[in-house]
Design a protein around this ligand. Structure first.
Ligand code: ADP
Ligand code: TYD
Length: 213
């Protein structure tokens, strides 16, 4: 049986500090002697990393929203099969930079009926949620500034404007309200160390709770 409780995801708009916090949490848990697998989406397994290139590179209109839902879900399925489930089964803590909540927001908010399509495909092909999700929340203006400060070829999504990011922020907060036991909101506008201290406290309480259960 796969041990429960060890699947942790980070979510939030671009530039909110997810990758930074995922790294800091992984380092902290490793220092405590825990086995940790740090991974990300889209990607996290060789096949899913190939799909990552397909979805993140190229012109913004390269894929329809529907095709994109299929590609992100295909990547997630491979990631689950090849990386996440084996790591959880081996007793590791899995820290994942984005998971299904990102598809609910980035693809699900792009048009009429798309959220229902995301949810149906998720139920059919993924049917798993993280045990704990840290939502790093912040004003999109700050997130965009931080994200644009980075260089790289993965520009399809970062060309989204600020109003889309604002919609996404509100959508993420709605998800958190709908799943308060799983999703915890963390204020991302503070220093990385302050955010990390909050994250560490929430994760410690979560892991203590699952071990005691
Ligand atoms: P995400 O993975 O959410 O896109 P990153 O962790 O890559 O965000 O951070 C985006 C940029 O902002 C990086 O250049 C990073 O060094 C910087 N950054 C991350 N956290 C903070 C913070 N708390 N305060 C200021 N800058 C930060
Ligand atoms: P990521 O590398 O996490 O970007 P960032 O560090 O800027 O947050 O993810 C790349 C992009 O992929 C990001 O803009 C969000 C998008 N994305 C989706 O649109 N759907 C998804 O299901 C996932 C996992 C990511």
């Amino acid at each position: 049986m796969i041990p429960r409780g060890g699947f942790i995801s980070f979510e939030g708009i671009d530039g909110s500090g997810k990758s930074t916090q995922a790294r800091l949490l992984a380092a902290r848990l490793k220092e405590q002697g825990r086995s940790v697998v740090l991974t990300r989406e889209p990607g996290g397994s060789p096949g899913a990393e190939e799909i990552r290139k397909l979805v993140l590179e190229g012109p913004p209109d390269r894929w329809s929203a529907q095709t994109e839902i299929l590609l992100f879900t295909a990547a997630r399925r491979d990631h689950l099969e090849r990386t996440i489930r084996p790591a959880l089964a081996a007793g590791s803590i899995v820290i994942c930079d984005r998971f299904a909540d990102s598809t609910r927001m980035y693809q699900g908010l792009r048009g009429q009926g798309l959220r229902a399509m995301v949810d149906s495909l998720h139920d059919l092909m993924i049917a798993q949620e993280p045990d704990l999700t840290l939502l790093i929340d912040m004003d999109p203006a700050i997130g965009l500034e931080r994200a644009l400060g980075r260089k790289g070829g993965e520009e399809r999504f970062e060309s989204f404007g600020q109003s889309m990011q604002a919609q996404m922020r509100a959508g993420f907060l709605d998800l958190a309200r709908a799943a308060p036991d799983r999703i915890r909101v963390v204020d991302g506008t503070r220093t990385p160390e302050d955010v990390a201290a909050d994250v560490a406290r929430i994760v410690a309480a979560h892991l203590d709770g699952t071990q005691a259960a």
